[in-house]
Design a protein around this ligand. Structure first.
Ligand SMILES: Cc1cc2nc3c(=O)[nH]c(=O)nc-3n(C[C@H](O)[C@H](O)[C@H](O)COP(=O)(O)O)c2cc1C
Length: 340
């Protein structure tokens, strides 16, 4: 008998071939916005990206979400503006930023040279504010998309936040949608009883994707116990303490909208990323954890890739939505989900 025509590959080589196979981590957020991977950095926790260029290889991130940008420069709220809380922090920075024109002038040319897309986070106090900021960003090379921070007081509605009212959220989304062809993401607030009608209204108004969630409203008390600690009284709670709430909201929203959902809230390790994917998110932003560990987001890209390889997956996509029920649950207005 002749020898075998094809020699069996030695075990080590077979293993090497598997190790070298590239894993598809790409994310399609619609309207031409393709990300290389689903690990992103959250608005307000990564500056305008340029600040971290020396510290980490920012080009390896899926996308950078800029600091909140407004029409005019803002000096932010009075101090103190930040305090630690169990499992997180409370901040009331108050959207300190140099204004949209300065943001474009200082950063856009640099962003245009980067491989990593930069999504500009936009804030305003009226629909006209949002539309004006977005119109100025529209067509600027280096601006890959817009994320609307609608957790801002709506001057026209007596200071009520856009994000807590389905009609207000839909009108600002629709107005911005008419003003730009850029990919449009809208950021949901967790400070509502039922986020689903709001998410649906925003998606119906033309958002390409939703991001969830912004910070939770909270306060701290000054050591004297004579007044609240923050100069602004109210601040936003972020960090690991809010992860279960963010997970619940992603889980609820992913079941009622057909646009991609990006998760944010308390990510500190790969397990958090996998949890949010399982709850239906297509991508995840790291936020507060970056202050303590700026290398975290890039490490998460490597760890997600290694996780896929270890599970024998070609793509991370089969990790998305694995924990979702096959049918949407009843609306929370009926109080069906939460029975203490
Ligand atoms: C200091 C600080 C500044 C922030 N600034 C913004 C902002 O300008 N616009 C925005 O949409 N979200 C802002 N956020 C909210 C974060 O993007 C994120 O939604 C929130 O912190 C929850 O994620 P985390 O728990 O991973 O931090 C800020 C958060 C922090 C801690």
């Amino acid at each position: 008998m002749g020898g075998r025509l094809v020699k069996a590959e030695p075990k080590e080589h077979a293993h090497e071939a598997l190790a070298e196979r590239s894993i598809d981590l790409s994310v399609d957020l619609g309207r031409g916005l393709m990300l290389e991977n689903p690990i992103l950095v959250a608005s307000g926790t990564f500056g305008f990206g340029v600040e971290y260029g020396e510290v980490v290889d920012i080009q390896r991130l899926g996308a950078i979400f800029s600091k909140g940008t407004t029409l005019r420069p803002r000096i932010g709220n009075v101090t103190p503006r930040v305090t630690e809380t169990p499992g997180g922090m409370l901040n009331s920075i108050g959207l300190q930023n140099p204004g949209v024109d300065a943001v474009i002038e200082r950063y856009a040319a640099q962003w245009a040279r980067w491989r990593v897309p930069v999504i500009v986070n936009v804030a305003g106090e009226s629909v006209a504010d949002y539309v004006e900021v977005v119109s100025r960003l529209d067509g600027v090379p280096g601006v890959a998309g817009i994320e609307l921070n609608i957790s801002c007081p709506n001057v026209g509605k007596g200071g009520l936040q856009f994000a807590i009212d389905a009609d207000a959220a839909a009108s600002v989304t629709a107005a911005v949608r008419r003003a730009t062809d850029l990919p449009l993401l809208v950021k949901l607030s967790p400070n509502v009883a039922d986020v689903r009608p709001i998410a649906q209204a925003i998606a119906d108004a033309g958002a390409d994707a939703l991001t969830a969630v912004n910070t939770l409203s909270g306060i701290a008390i000054a050591p004297s116990r004579q007044r609240p600690l923050l100069g602004n009284v109210y601040g936003g709670v972020s960090g690991p303490a809010i992860k279960p709430i963010a997970l619940r909201i992603v889980y609820e929203v992913a079941q009622v909208v057909h646009v991609p959902v990006i998760a944010i809230g308390g990510v500190t390790e790969l397990g958090d990323v996998l949890d949010f994917l399982a709850a239906g998110a297509v991508a995840v932003q790291a936020g507060t954890a970056i202050f303590a560990d700026p290398a975290l987001p890039v490490r998460l890209v490597d760890e997600l890739e290694a996780e896929c390889r270890a599970r024998g997956l070609d793509s991370y996509r089969s990790l998305i939505g694995t924990a979702l029920p096959t049918r949407a649950g009843p609306p929370s207005a009926r109080g069906a989900e939460y029975r203490p």
